[in-house]
Design a binder for this molecule. Structure first.
Ligand code: 4FV
Length: 250
């Protein structure tokens, strides 16, 4: 997969994509991240990329021309069509489902805003999709782009040493993840649950599913309402709820 990033801070984005699983995915040739700095495509002496907002108001706005030229250069560099994404609070919320869909594309391009944002005409003519990583305001789209590169990069076939870990991710089945433990089995902070020490993999699978269901019910009931639970899951959730409510009776 190829990811092109249009950003005023290319070194930051490249560094984010060189660490951990994503960095390894790049070294394994599973992922290629390229950056394009609009300032390199500004034609005036001061290499201006921003302008005062038309109609007045605070801050600055990213101008059309350097971005249009940078996007044209990006397309020129590789014939593969790019699905262009603008990261902004006005976008649809990024979900694991959308991440999985994007991870299957051969090429995406991420447009990182700065200042108050980007001239709307550029967005209307060049952007296929607008995505938000959350309802808060960042000083730039680079962190959101790094989030997307990481989420998509780790799903590239062969990126995770144990492909299974992607299938057992949070949200993959719409539920929050179960608790995780490592040795020591006994510690002042508590013991590892006995079921995880018993080697009964069927019981371990049920325990983990029950914990995921219970946590989702407690912490993200909005997610649970979007899930279609099978008979086993309904029974395990009922079991969790009964035990939880019983544990809270003084
Ligand atoms: C953002 C978000 C975000 C808005 C103005 C960049 C900033 C500045 N991007 N999810 N939340 N972007 O806050 O994606 O240009």
């Amino acid at each position: 997969m190829r990811i092109d990033v249009v950003t005023l801070f290319p070194e930051f984005v490249r560094q984010c994509a060189e660490i951990g699983v994503v960095g390894r995915a790049q070294r394994r040739g599973l992922l290629q991240v390229a950056t394009w700095n609009p300032r390199d495509f500004a034609t005036d002496a001061h290499r201006t990329v921003d302008g005062r907002p038309c109609g007045g108001g605070p801050g600055m706005v990213m101008r059309i021309e350097p971005l249009r030229t940078a996007l044209a250069a990006m397309r020129q560099a590789d014939p593969a069509p790019a699905h262009v994404i603008y990261l902004s609070p006005q976008g649809a919320r990024l979900t694991q489902g959308r991440v999985a869909a994007l991870a299957g594309m051969p090429r995406i391009a991420l447009l990182c805003g700065r200042y108050e944002g980007v001239d709307e005409r550029l967005l209307a003519h060049e952007v296929d999709e607008e995505l938000s990583i959350g309802d808060y305001v960042l000083s730039g789209g680079e962190l959101a782009a790094a989030v997307l590169i990481d989420a998509v990069g780790r799903l590239q076939e062969g990126a995770l040493n144990d492909a299974q870990s992607a299938t057992q991710d949070s949200f993959t089945d719409g539920l929050l993840d179960c608790p995780h433990y490592a040795k020591p089995l006994h510690d002042p902070y508590g013991d590892v649950p006995a079921v995880l020490q018993g080697g009964d993999h069927a019981a371990i699978r049920r325990w983990r599913l029950k914990q995921s269901l219970g946590r989702t019910w407690l912490r993200r009931p909005d997610l649970l309402s979007q899930c279609v639970l099978d008979e086993e899951s309904r029974a395990l959730l009922d079991e969790f709820r009964r035990e939880y409510l019983a544990s809270r009776v003084p």
